[in-house]
Write a protein that binds this ligand. Sequence first.
Ligand code: GDP
Ligand code: MG
Length: 674
Amino acid sequence: MSDNRIIALAGNPNSGKTTIFNALTGSNQRVGNWPGVTVEKKEGVLRLEGTDYTVVDLPGTYGLSARSIDERVARDFLVRNKPFLVAVILDASNLERNMYLALQIMELGVSKVVLVFNMMDVARSRGMEIDARAMSIFLGVPIVPTIGNKKEGIEDLKRVISLYVRGLSADNKMEPGSPFKYRQDIEDAIEQVESMIPNEIAREYPARWVAIRLMEDDSEYRDIVARMSSGEEILGKVDALRQHLERILGYDVETAMAEMRYGYIKGVVREFVKRRPSIGDRLSMSDRIDAVVTNRYLGLPIFLLIMWIAFMLTFNLGGFFSDYIDAFFTFVGSITAAHIRTEWLASFICDGVIGGVGAVLVFLPNIFMLFLMLSILEESGYMARGAFVMDKLMHAMGLHGKSFIPMVLGFGCNVPAIMATRTLENRKDRIITILVNPLMSCSARLPVYVLFAGALFSAHQGTVIFSIYILGIILAVVLARIFKSMFFKGETTPLVMELPPYHIPEPKGVILSAWQRSALFVRKAGTVIFAAVILIWLMASFPLGAGYASEHTLIGRLGSVLAPVFSPAGFGYWQAAVALFFGILAKEVVVGTLGTLYHTTGSGLSAVIASHFSPLSGYAFMVMTLVYIPCIATIAVIKRETNSWAWAGFAVAYSLILGWSLAVIIFQVGSLFA
Ligand code: GDP
Ligand code: MG
């Protein structure tokens, strides 16, 4: 009944799932299309005794109640795909909270379960002694202690998996243990419901699990049962049982059941985990750092300082390497011009490929640095503190601090950032966070800023770019507030913020992750951007005889139609107009188009920009680039995640109107003072 080739890794966020996943699968992994957060399914291959197993890294969850989308994804996978083995990764230093998910997975009962007690080093440093052997016998499941980031215990884990693979229980005499039970009257009710579950359902789902879900009033499972011919009768009986129990308990059944699980776990932990009080009671390192970093007064300045440092490193260190890439393309361009005699081919290579794709690739170092900074912030655990510090501000936006992480991820790419909103439990918070996310300036827009700020604000370019990012944040705050009062008046949901312990980021992991994300950028340069640039080059070459990239070419005519729209913003040039137009395909194409049309990259392109734009019109252009219409991939993901074209259309409409208005206001008001 279960698929013998799938091993699922489940666990709370930050328990070390991905670390264990990497240790098990090495380089044999299929990274999803949009890396960044473990929202999408990540798969890898583990070879054991000559057979390949698919290892799946599930989204981090605290339970299987499917309250958030992450939980639903994880639960659906476990219930429907029935992996033959689930390794639950637990943060051993925080077993009480982490065991909840483990208990629910054991309760689900479709897969064999291994508990991986990860972060044993942290547990030990906090003075915890875990009697894993005794606990394993008590629970009736194997327990493997590990230190994921040092690869300790991974071989033990593989050994346990091999034993399971061969169909043996872990040490051949593993007893069923003492499985968790609810109090007797609830157990009786569960049993009654279980016996009523029709065969069609029991073939797909474990009957006891369905009975438990029904007793907990899970709407998804109620719907499944309601579709059966005897559905109404069963649900009627369930409701009667629930009402009866509620009268006895004095409160609702699902609360009682959750409390019993917590109580059981508390007991298990008290029994098998000993703490040496002298060390255990001392303030942990994380707590001490948090006392400063999340301090009421210091928190925000520290946050801004860290962000500012991250941005400065992105531009200054990144810019240093960009110069070499620029020199390389200039070199290739001069060789081509000297040796290729066929005029159209030389133009294609110099103007199209080097001008277009080269103009974009020059910014690879900046983008790599940006992703490196984001990875370090994420990995170290600081990002969660940022969310904590921003909680107040987010409340002012009518949102919760949890919305902050998708916002920061938007600096990398809005697509995974919008997918990361799946951690938000409230649909209204989600929609607002999605709608304003494109205002968080993604890395694809960075080349425009670096190019324009470098050409027009040489001494202050870092500050100018920082101001664009800040403007994006302010707009997001204001609009979130407005959208909230427009669409979802007066609704708030209380939530608990998790603060994972700090970690010194693993250099290899951080660099790998930044590289994977940058590789996506390079791949994009070779595909979408390349295709767009060819289109632009063709449009700039025809009709023949009009003169390459002149106003009389196809693209020139298109641009001349659009350009007047932008005259009030100070950049009514047809080249700027088509750059923005094709930028909707992917924001990198804005610079790619300019490079193709002006057939130059890097410093050459800078000089052209300086001659066409004033600092004021250049700034208006940067603001337009920041705000106007999200790229096609972002529009598509907004549609997918909100499940509505109306929200996607709204995002396009508001951003276009807002971007244009701001660009015009900046140029017009600025001109009064200039
Ligand atoms: P996930 O959210 O469950 O996928 O967690 P990750 O695998 O991303 O790990 C979160 C952080 O914990 C990373 O910085 C890891 O390097 C770190 N980490 C993983 N395992 C251990 C461990 O056993 N001990 C310590 N001290 N850190 C660990
Ligand atoms: Mg992960």
